[in-house]
Every structure is written in structure tokens, then in C-alpha cells.
Design a protein around this ligand. Structure first.
Ligand code: NAP
Length: 320
């Protein structure tokens, strides 16, 4: 099969399409014939060598894919050859024609959801669901700010929160991103590049503040987030690319919490809950992954430049 290989950590053009042996499933494993691959920012951090997790070289990047189960190992129950699935993790890497996965890391892809959309689910939707309900403990009727609503995680968070009965405010950095945020279910959307937008977002809560903030760029926004929280509010740090100074009194005066999360820390019991909810949401149409761009698998280097560029408008997917 063809697969993208990283032979040394460094810039995007170090990723090359190579011929590698087809994987064979062992006990508890399945092989998925990949129809679409989701590109996530974390794969650029890992490829560059700056992320704490460094796989052994050479390796094939990627966590998220969607396709058809091609082979099933011993002791696998509930997954059959021919099933449409999306992956939440792989053993051999998702930027490939085939991926070896633990059976617990493949999830049913309902027939109303395309393979490209399925490739947009694993990391982004699981992150959004876990941040909202398992980390922030959001409940219907609360107000959430999705700070960075135009990307993979943001679109997912807007759809999930809206379907759950929260009041949703989102931000994006372009007119197109703002339009998409509103279209996907936000009650209000603001431009996070405009001066004074946090004040406008706060005004949209009647000045009460946000019960929950899902933060995609904490190193820029966390200090302001703390000032925008309601009494008892929770700010979930999902993305951060540096350091920031905060005034702890902003948290003290509101009984507020700053909650971190990394999907890599999610226990299996929580993972099962998250994907059961996501499959149900895909099936009933409340979750509708938005694809911004499709590229061939050989364009993986271009996809890594694009996913880090400003102006997100849905997911970037690779087609093997
Ligand atoms: P993405 O698709 O590249 O989207 C990035 C988002 O950040 C866009 O909505 C972008 O908006 C927004 N953004 C840019 N400048 C911003 C600002 N000043 N304030 C607020 N938002 C801003 O990435 P993603 O997949 O959604 O992931 C978002 C972040 O979460 C990344 O840093 C990623 O590494 C991280 N992440 C963490 C976990 C975890 O487990 N903790 C899991 C998944 C992702 P515009 O482009 O419209 O400006």
C-alpha cells in the first residue's frame, strides 16, 4: 500500500509518499481500507519534533480516517468486514491506503455521513464533546463561548452545544468563518481579530458572562477569558501555543476554574461514552462535519501548511 512516511522530524516537505507492506490484523485488531484522512494540527507538532510525544522513526502520521473494514483479527466482536467506520486512533498511521487499528478505536459511520465527513470526526468531535461535558460539565441552558469556532474542533463544539440546548457564542477570524459559525448553530459570532470583540461577546450574554469557554488559543486569550466568565464559570484549555500572564483574582472573584484537557489522557471508559454520543449525533443529523478542502494523500505537506494558516473554514482531508 501507499503511505506517507516521516523519516526525520522537521518541515512539512519531509513527508513522502512511499510503498510499504500491507498491515495484517492480530488479535483484537482490524484493518481499514481508508477513503479519507482528517488532518489535525497535532500532527504538524509531532512531525516537527517539538511535541512531547515523538514516535519512533520512520512513522506514518495521522489519527483520523474513515473507510471500510477490510480484515478482522481473532477475538474481534461487533466489527465485521465491509463495515463503514471512522477511526479515533490507529496503530500504523492514518495517512495511508490501509490502517491497522485496535477494534475499540473504530466506530460505526452511519450511511448518511460521507467518508470525508467521517474523517473529520475522531479527534475534533471527541475533543469538543469531552471538553463540553466531561471536563466543563456543561448542562443545557448554560452559555458557552467557543473561542475559535471556525476550525475542526470549533465547528464540532458549536453543533454539539447547540444540539444539547446551550446558548452558543462563537468567534472566527474571517467573514467566511463567522458566516459558517452562525450557519452551524451559534446564536452569535464575533471576529477574534477585531478590537473590542470580547466586550461585544460579553454583551451578548447580557453582561452575565459565560458559564463555559472552550479555548483554542489560550496563550493569546486566557487572561481575557477569565474576565469574561460568569460566577462558577469554567474555561477549558484545548489549544495553546505559548505562555501567557493571568490575573488569578479574575478566577478568585468568580469561583472560576481553568480546566486543561488532552485527548491523549482520555480513559477507555470515557472514550466509549464519547463515541456512542457522536455516532448517535451523526445518525440523527445534529452533527454534520464541514469539509473545507480535499487534497490527494500525496499533498500531505501542503495540508500541514494549510492547517496552520489563519482563516479556517472546516476540515482539511486527504484522499488516498
Ligand atoms: P484548526 O482547524 O486549525 O482551527 C484553529 C482555530 O483557531 C480556528 O477556528 C481559528 O480561527 C482559531 N483561532 C485563530 N486565532 C485565534 C484567536 N486569536 N482566538 C481564538 N481562536 C483563534 O484547529 P482545530 O483542530 O480546531 O484545533 C484547535 C486547537 O486545539 C489547536 O491548537 C489544536 O492543536 C488543539 N487541539 C487540542 C486537543 C486536545 O486534546 N487538547 C485536541 C484537538 C485539538 P480563524 O482561522 O478563523 O482565525
Amino acid at each position: 500500500m501507499k503511505a506517507i512516511r516521516v523519516r526525520e522530524f522537521g518541515p512539512p516537505d519531509g513527508m513522502r509518499l512511499e510503498e510499504v507492506p500491507d498491515p495484517v490484523p492480530g488479535p483484537g485488531q482490524v484493518v481499514v481500507r481508508i477513503r479519507a484522512v482528517g488532518v489535525n494540527p497535532v500532527e504538524t507538532y509531532i512531525r516537527s519534533g517539538t511535541y512531547p510525544r515523538r514516535p519512533a522513526l520512520p512513522y506514518t502520521p495521522g489519527h483520523d480516517a474513515a473507510g471500510i473494514v477490510e480484515a478482522v483479527g481473532e477475538d474481534v466482536r461487533g466489527v465485521d468486514v465491509g463495515d463503514r467506520v471512522y477511526t479515533s486512533e490507529t496503530v500504523t498511521g492514518a495517512y495511508a491506503g490501509l490502517a491497522l487499528c485496535h477494534a475499540s478505536r473504530v466506530h460505526r459511520l452511519p450511511g448518511n455521513v460521507s467518508y470525508a465527513q467521517g474523517a473529520a470526526v475522531g479527534v475534533p468531535y471527541a475533543t469538543a464533546w469531552r471538553a463540553l461535558f466531561q471536563r466543563a460539565r456543561a448542562v443545557p441552558g448554560e452559555t458557552v463561548l467557543v473561542h475559535g469556532a471556525s476550525g475542526g474542533v470549533g465547528v464540532a463544539a458549536v453543533q454539539i452545544a447547540r444540539a444539547a440546548g446551550l446558548r452558543v457564542v462563537g468567534t472566527a477570524g474571517t467573514g467566511e468563518g463567522i458566516a459558517m459559525t452562525l450557519r452551524e448553530g451559534a446564536h452569535h459570532a464575533f471576529d477574534h481579530r477585531a478590537t473590542g470583540y470580547i466586550g461585544e461577546a460579553l454583551a451578548a450574554t447580557g453582561g452575565r458572562g459565560f458559564d463555559v469557554i472552550l479555548e483554542m488559543l489560550a496563550n493569546v486569550n486566557l487572561a481575557n477569558d477569565l474576565k469574561a466568565l460568569a460566577m462558577g464559570g469554567r474555561a477549558v484549555v484545548i489549544g495553546s501555543r505559548g505562555t501567557i500572564g493571568i490575573d488569578p483574582r479574575d478566577a478568585m472573584g468568580r469561583d472560576a476554574s481553568i480546566v486543561g484537557m488532552s485527548l491523549f489522557n482520555m480513559p477507555d471508559s470515557d472514550r466509549a461514552i464519547v463515541h456512542a454520543a457522536l455516532v448517535a449525533g451523526l445518525e440523527n443529523g445534529t452533527l454534520r462535519p464541514v469539509i473545507g478542502r480535499e487534497l490527494p494523500l500525496s499533498a500531505a505537506p501542503e495540508s500541514h501548511v494549510a492547517v496552520m494558516a489563519p482563516g479556517a473554514k472546516g476540515k482539511i482531508v486527504l484522499i488516498p
